[in-house]
Write a protein that binds this ligand. Sequence first.
Ligand code: AHR
Length: 313
Amino acid sequence: VLAVAGLSAISAAQAADLTVGFSQIGSESGWRAAETTVTKSEAGARGITLKIADAQQKQENQIKAIRSFVAQGVDAIFVAPVVATGWDTVLSEAKDAEIPVVLLDRSIETANPDLYLTAVTSDTVHEGRVAGEWLAKTVGDRDCPIVELQGTVGSSPAINRKKGFDEVVAAHDNLKLIRSQTGDFTRAKGKEVMESFLKAEGGGKSICALYAHNDDMAVGAIQAIKEAGLKPGQDILVVSIDAVPDIFKAMMDGEANATVELTPNMAGPAFDAILAYKDKGTVPPKWIQTDSKLYTQADDPAAVYKSKQGLGY
Ligand code: AHR
């Protein structure tokens, strides 16, 4: 595991010869849009030609895009895999064409890790644990029925953020997960599913906390909680993941309580790894791990909100 580094000292002339194809998932969340923006600017800063294909949340579109990048003979392929399984065939094709593949922000399940050069991701199990531990500490011994909004079914962050959180719940008798459903990482579905949770729980007065696998779903759910006549952040605690500016706005209003930061800059370390690999044959570690930092209402959300401006958001 390597900590993320800044811009490498590799020559601009060498970087300018490089074309990278990026199969991006889509634009399901504020975080995702920022990741796309940052990837463009990180490529630009290094003089790298970037070709982006938007898969509109579909794995089949990503597979098509990867095949097209292979046919075009790009120098490297970046993929943010929408789901964790089903990549071996297409990644074997890239390997046969000797095109290195870098996984961005999501991991895959494969029996052959040689199919990709490296993965730049956070520890998504740890993120779930951090969210769970914040909740356990905040509620103390009080009984706490929790509802969970999961990310995209079959995606590595949805699987792992659930796993990490579930571990904490299992270790505390007073924490109880009463409802859990996917909101597909979107604001609209987060709101819709939260509405159904509130209805199913007789208006929601008995719900102690919401755990959302990303901030966008939390923001949608906050709206649903308000429309149900309850106070998000007080009647129902809200903890989520990403640290996008909108969740800090909600924290400023007392409507969200905590978030775990996911950097949208996965591409910087990925470009550096590819440049070092192409230039000097340096093989990067299999996992380049990005940081996960907890923010709460005690962390001056207004200042954090301001500091996020210009970072792709
Ligand atoms: O893979 C990262 C996740 O994807 C982000 O947490 C979420 O916002 C996005 O859609």
